[in-house]
Design a protein around this ligand. Structure first.
Ligand code: SF4
Ligand code: MG
Length: 326
């Protein structure tokens, strides 16, 4: 349903041009959850914002590539065209529910606004739908709560309202950027269950942006690992979790706190990602990689397909490594 092809995005800053995305490609299928993971600054939020047409103007620019959604290239749409897609075909949920909600408007108004603008339904129909959706997302006494303001709800309840707003026009794609990061652990688990329920009920596809591998383990079908503006490994959850092939993915998984390990046994990945003002020509992980070879620094690895679903950008997996320097 969604095909992102060779996306390059850069940002103009006072310090120069940051190359935030450097050739990102992936497909998303109907009814699946793709988790995009990586350290902060790796490009995962930029990927989401680019799909959603939310790059800051004029600093952010798509330099190359396409975002094909149901046969149309979203990068070619103008503002008005994109507004018809936002919140209707594709909805986005952000980390902080408080900034997503308008503190001065009753929750009911915020819920029905999208429906009234995009679907032209009557006030009473919109209200009925809003009540239904609050029930779906697990808010008790929906009739009464429609009249309340965001501050009258707890953090977890606010995120449920944000999810209800995102769903009201029945989008086919939901993009959630760190949707549970601001919530405590118990509420986090409830919200993740809610995503699963909603997906079962509606068949919506979900792109989940997160740095939390526990969240990924719980609800992802496939995982894309990003590093320095590229997807360096992608595969089904089982392939990436139990057979990670990129040293960075292995490092990420090794750095996850496990209950059966003592603290001193954790292995955070040492070093920092490269500067994206002048990205390296070779593998961006070279400086941190315990397996780096001479070729790594000089030539970027091509994508090696390990299975129909599992692909990795690493010279270790590529027989051509031997041939590059003879
Ligand atoms: Fe390490 Fe080289 Fe693979 Fe990059 S290409 S991850 S530096 S082995
Ligand atoms: Mg982010």
């Amino acid at each position: 349903m969604l095909s992102v092809q060779d996306l390059y995005v850069s940002f103009k800053t006072f310090g120069g041009e940051v190359q935030a995305l450097r050739g990102v490609s992936f497909d998303l299928f109907k009814g699946e959850t793709l988790a995009i993971v990586g350290e902060s600054g790796c490009g995962k939020s930029v990927t989401a914002n680019t799909i959603m047409g939310l790059l800051p103007h004029p600093a952010g620019r798509i330099k190359n590539g396409s975002v094909i959604f149901k046969g149309r290239d979203l990068t070619k749409l103008d503002k008005a065209g994109m507004r018809k897609v936002q919140g209707v075909d594709i909805s986005m949920i952000f980390q902080d529910p408080m900034t997503a909600l308008n503190p001065t408007l009753q929750v009911g108004e915020q819920l029905t606004e999208g429906l009234r603008t995009h679907r032209k339904v009557s006030k009473s129909e919109a209200r009925k739908k809003a009540v239904e959706l609050l029930e779906v997302v697990g808010i008790p006494n929906p009739e009464e709560r429609l009249k309340q303001y965001p501050h009258q709800f707890s953090g977890g309840m606010r995120q449920r309202i944000v999810i209800a707003i995102a769903l009201i026009c029945e989008p086919e794609l939901l993009i959630a950027d760190e949707p549970t990061t601001a919530l405590d652990v118990t509420i986090q688990a409830q919200i993740l269950e809610l995503f699963e329920e909603i997906q079962e009920r509606t068949g919506v596809s979900i792109i989940l942006i997160t740095h939390d591998l526990g969240v990924v383990a719980k609800i992802a079908d496939r995982i894309a690992v990003m590093y320095a503006g590229k997807i360096i490994e992608i595969g089904e959850k089982r392939e990436v979790f139990y057979g990670p092939q990129h040293p960075y993915t292995r490092g990420l998984l090794a750095s996850v706190p496990r209950l059966d390990l003592k603290e001193e046994e954790l292995q955070p990945i040492e070093g920092t990602p490269p500067d994206l003002f002048s990205p390296p020509v070779g593998c961006p992980f070279t400086a941190r990689c315990p397996f780096a070879m001479e070729v790594c620094d000089k030539v970027h690895p091509q994508t090696t397909e390990l299975s129909v679903t599992h692909a990795v950008d690493c010279w270790l997996q590529d027989d051509r490594a031997k041939n590059v320097f003879g």
